[in-house]
Ligand binder design. Structure first.
Ligand code: NAG
Ligand code: NAG
Ligand code: NAG
Ligand code: CU
Length: 338
């Protein structure tokens, strides 16, 4: 991997950290970089793609049922815990962690020393098919075709994952069924409706619904399901959602840096799921079967997510609390956005 000026710091830090896939730090001195895919050099894009391919070639190590590669393990962890982390107040913290843990694996196990990219989706709203993110050579490849919706080009077109759409396993290609009505939900007009919210309790469900779900539905295929990390676009998407959250926190740091709320389990579903969406998807049409994994909500005294809420990783990764990861440069996490 070629060194850029940016990556030198990252290389030094990588040398300090053990080869665990997640490391708790006491202090955050030298921050890892997160950059918009649209601003990366070709060399940086290819570096990230190669690191992902490396993860796809390393054997699974946690002994979970299903995964063959290290890449698959993150898919499995997401599928297993999904019902506890979607439509709950832990939605944003959980995804902050999975993006971070995946990046740590790229760095420590695949010697990746470039930035974590995010997809600024407002730039491509309603027009995903022409996005440079889906470039067949310097991106993630394009739409899928055929009965299984397998992607036809790009660096990941031959990857077969054993982790299925939900809790069961079935070998499949990376599939996409791009829908430009759904992709138009990424437009700034909808995003702004969320970022204008004044409390976390209003902000997170707004983000989870249009801006977040819109991308999952807009890309389609495996991205529509709990197996969504089976498409490497997942990490660019969730880094973006995380940036929007961080920008929102930073806009009123005093009030929002440690602001958390929301139900800590799926006691109720959002009312929007009972309505036909703006693209004509009928009620329930975007909802997977929801059977809580049974982790419960350790660390919370009641039914709301608190800073003490434990983000549990099936016993295979270091537990952290929500409070420990509210600050992206607070020790446990150590990164910054451009
Ligand atoms: C996406 O790009 C637009 C145009 O450059 C910019 O205004 C916006 O802040 C970007 N979004 C994020 C989340 O960085
Ligand atoms: C996995 O579960 C889904 C949803 O219940 C089902 O549609 C699919 O057929 C199952 N696949 C396998 C291989 O069991
Ligand atoms: C992680 O948290 C869960 C739930 O609180 C607990 O059962 C488990 O023992 C913890 N694991 C570690 C390694 O601390
Ligand atoms: Cu998710």
């Amino acid at each position: 991997m070629k060194l850029t000026s940016l990556s030198l710091t990252a290389t030094l830090l990588a040398a300090e950290t053990a080869s665990a896939s997640f490391v708790k730090r006491e202090v955050c001195e030298s921050k890892y970089q997160r950059r918009s895919w649209h601003t990366l050099t070709t060399e940086q894009k290819l570096g990230y793609i190669q690191a992902e391919q490396c993860l796809m070639s390393l054997p699974a190590k946690y002994g979970l049922d299903g995964p063959v590669t290290r890449y698959d393990e993150f898919v499995k962890l997401h599928v297993m815990a999904a019902p506890d982390f979607h439509y709950t107040g832990a939605f944003l913290p959980y995804h902050r962690m999975i993006v971070n843990n995946h990046y740590e694996a790229l760095r420590t196990e695949c010697n990746y020393n470039g930035p974590q990219p995010y997809w600024n989706e407002t730039l491509d709203a309603g027009n995903f098919k022409s996005s440079i993110v889906l470039d067949p050579v310097t991106g993630f490849g394009g739409d899928g075709t055929g009965p299984k919706g397998c992607i036809q080009d790009g660096p990941f077109k031959d990857y077969i994952s054993p982790i299925g759409t939900y809790a069961n396993s079935s070998a499949h290609c990376i599939s996409r069924t791009i829908d430009e009505c759904q992709s138009s939900k990424a437009a700034a007009v909808y995003l702004n409706q969320c970022t204008e919210k004044q409390t976390f309790g209003e902000f997170w469900p707004c983000m989870e619904e249009l801006p977040h779900d819109g991308l999952h539905q807009g890309i389609g295929g495996i991205m529509k399901y709990f197996g969504s990390p089976g498409d490497p676009l997942f990490y660019l998407h969730h880094a973006y959602v995380d940036k929007v959250w961080w920008d929102w926190q930073s806009a009123n740091r005093e009030a929002r840096l440690y602001e958390i709320s929301g139900q800590n389990q799926l006691y109720t579903l959002p009312p929007s799921l009972d309505q036909t969406d703006m693209c004509g998807v009928p009620p329930g049409g975007i909802m997977p079967p929801l059977e809580p994994w049974g982790l419960g909500a350790p660390g919370d005294p009641g039914t709301e997510v608190t800073l003490g809420h434990v983000l549990n990783w099936a016993g295979v990764l270091t537990n952290v609390t929500v409070g420990e990861i509210m600050d992206i440069a607070g020790g446990v996490l150590c990164y910054e956005y451009d």
